[in-house]
Design a protein around this ligand. Structure first.
Ligand code: ADP
Length: 164
């Protein structure tokens, strides 16, 4: 909220949250007064984890960060950001291949809401190859994902694939 300083929203699918996502959350938390990790409830993406499960995993990860919280949202990001009176949208940029899509989204979002600024943060280079899809592929075949996600997320992945 406005009265509480500069609030940033970090939106995404987070299916599931990876160490790359957390690198971005930490950078955002050091730059802004508060950060809300906003998990999109977009059913079109057919995620592996329910939105509640994705929120719960991020909640676990945020325990050491006192100015970051997590929640889910429906509908248009910019409507949600306006309701929340956020000043900034944070996105992660891993590689040049992210750029074109992110650039387009940022410009569309600026048209929708001129006052909200999109900021791109780069993770530590060791996370630049990492995405949730790769993590799921490796976990599905029982590969070692311990350097990509937290032990808690690792456990949730093996439970999910064991039950599947
Ligand atoms: P979306 O479906 O919105 O792309 P993701 O969960 O895939 O949701 O990603 C959310 C945000 O986190 C995006 O800005 C994405 O570029 C960024 N991101 C994803 N993985 C990484 C990573 N390994 N390092 C840095 N940023 C990342």
């Amino acid at each position: 909220m406005k009265g509480e300083g500069k609030q940033a929203i970090y939106p995404g699918t987070f299916d599931p949250v990876t160490n790359g996502h957390m690198d971005i959350v930490q950078r955002a938390a050091s730059l802004f007064d508060s950060v809300v990790v906003a998990v999109t409830n977009n059913p079109g993406k057919q995620p592996l984890f329910l939105v509640e499960e994705r929120v719960a995993m991020i909640q676990e990860e945020l325990s050491g960060l006192d100015n970051a919280t997590v929640e889910s949202f429906d509908g248009l990001l910019m409507d949600y950001a306006e309701r929340r009176e956020a000043a900034v949208i944070v996105r992660g940029l891993r590689a040049i291949t992210d750029f074109e899509f992110e650039f387009q989204m940022a410009l569309v979002n600026r048209k929708l809401s001129n006052d909200i600024v999109t900021v791109f943060l780069m993770p530590n280079e060791k996370y630049t190859y990492l995405n949730s899809t790769i993590v799921k592929e490796v976990a599905k075949f029982d590969g070692d994902v311990s350097s990509f996600v937290s032990p808690y997320v690792q456990e949730q992945l093996s439970l999910k694939y064991r039950d599947a």
